[in-house]
Design a protein around this ligand. Structure first.
Ligand SMILES: Cc1cc2nc3c(=O)[nH]c(=O)nc-3n(C[C@H](O)[C@H](O)[C@H](O)COP(=O)(O)O)c2cc1C
Length: 361
């Protein structure tokens, strides 16, 4: 029976345990240049110090216009690459692995960040905003209508993902994750709700999956055989006629054949008013379905906020690993605490902090 604190191998990368940190945008690039700052070093570094096996850096744009907001991190130039290296080295020094989520926001780009501004929604062009792009001219909620990507522009985006991946590996990241979830560009191609194309990138499941598969293949070619590739899917749009678990499982199998290794299963984000009933581990059933149906390794994410639930999902072999988001924000030492609580063979508290831990009542 696997344990949450058993190491796991992903394409030859040994990760010290199966309690991982979910990617979380910080909208903290004050200079609007996509370069991660001290905030990112401390933010991501804390989770590594806190015992997580894998720390996933936030959605980082592969081109400037792929950013959600002007304050997103990027991985499209050398300055960003060297700034990431500092974060990567600290995380490695704490014994954790680190990956980066490669992203393009498509029609959900060019908005005000979730905090720091009174305004919400589209960032006006005059304030540094830009015309968004997507599979089809279908807007998200009340936001601006995206411009349809031409085939040559799709090819350029695929190349940008490959270059981003190559930069990430050059910065020392152990793996890359392709963001195909939460209603961002690749998901906009996957879902029949946002993809109305009638060319090679629209229509059938195979055609709607083409952008994702092109990206996986190009990334694999760019980074070579060694580093793992994760893909984050939204398993369902929660809308009849939208993207669903079955299509996710099929696309996951195709993505594995194209060079991906591991699947991070989330849900939603394509339409704003989907009816989602949330609760502890609410997305784990989707992850379990993809694992069983496609025969691929997966992690679950979504309100996995107690050591017990995290361990059960792994021990019951519903999933191979779990990612934790908001609970990590509340307690960056959640993994070390979970290891103590579950009696894991390894103590994850850093030596500097042991006096504090051992003097706890
Ligand atoms: C502040 C914040 C930022 C997030 N940014 C991202 C992101 O960059 N990429 C992504 O795929 N998901 C993002 N998410 C979603 C998380 O990765 C995770 O899937 C979600 O929070 C559910 O996990 P949780 O219930 O443990 O928080 C974000 C969530 C939060 C709370």
């Amino acid at each position: 029976m696997p344990d949450l604190f058993d190491p796991i191998e992903v394409r030859g990368l040994r990760v010290r345990n199966r309690l991982w940190v979910a990617p979380m945008c910080q909208y903290s690039v004050e200079d609007r240049d996509g370069i991660p700052t001290d905030w990112h070093l401390v933010h991501l570094g804390s989770f590594a110090r806190g015992g997580a096996g894998l720390v996933m850096a936030e959605a980082s744009a592969v081109v400037p216009e792929g950013r959600i907001s002007l304050h997103d991190t990027g991985i499209w130039n050398d300055d960003q690459t060297s700034a990431w290296r500092r974060v990567v080295e600290f995380v490695h020094g704490q014994g954790a692995a680190i990956g980066i989520q490669l992203a393009h926001a498509g029609r959900k780009a060019s908005v005000f960040p979730e905090w720091g501004y009174a305004e919400r929604g589209d960032l006006p062009i005059g304030d540094g905003g830009w015309q968004t792009v997507s599979a089809s001219p279908v807007p998200y909620d009340g936001s601006r209508t995206p411009r349809v990507l031409r085939i040559d522009e799709i090819a350029a985006i695929v190349a940008a993902f490959a270059q981003g991946a190559e930069r990430a590996i050059r910065a020392g990241f152990d793996l890359v994750e392709i963001h195909a979830a939460h209603g961002y560009l690749i998901h906009q191609f996957l879902s029949p709700i946002s993809n109305r194309r009638d060319d090679a990138y629209g229509g059938s499941l195979e055609n709607r999956s083409r952008l994702l598969l092109d990206v996986v293949r190009a990334v694999r070619q760019a980074i070579g055989d060694g580093p793992p590739i994760l893909v984050r899917f939204s398993a369902t749009d929660y809308v009849p006629g939208g993207w669903d678990e079955e299509q996710t499982a099929t696309a996951a199998r195709w993505a594995r054949d194209a060079g991906a290794d591991f699947f991070d299963i989330s849900s939603g984000g394509l339409v704003p008013h989907a009816r989602i009933s949330v609760g502890p581990g609410y997305q784990a059933r989707f992850a379990g379905y993809v694992r069983r149906t496609a025969g691929v390794p997966v992690n679950a994410v979504g309100m996995i906020w107690t050591p017990r639930l995290a361990n059960e999902l792994v021990a019951d072999e519903v999933v191979d690993a779990v990612m934790v988001g908001r609970q990590m924000l509340r307690d960056p030492h959640f993994a070390a605490r979970a290891a103590s609580e579950l009696g894991a063979p390894t103590a994850y508290w850093p030596p500097q902090y042991r006096p504090g831990v051992h003097s706890q009542a």
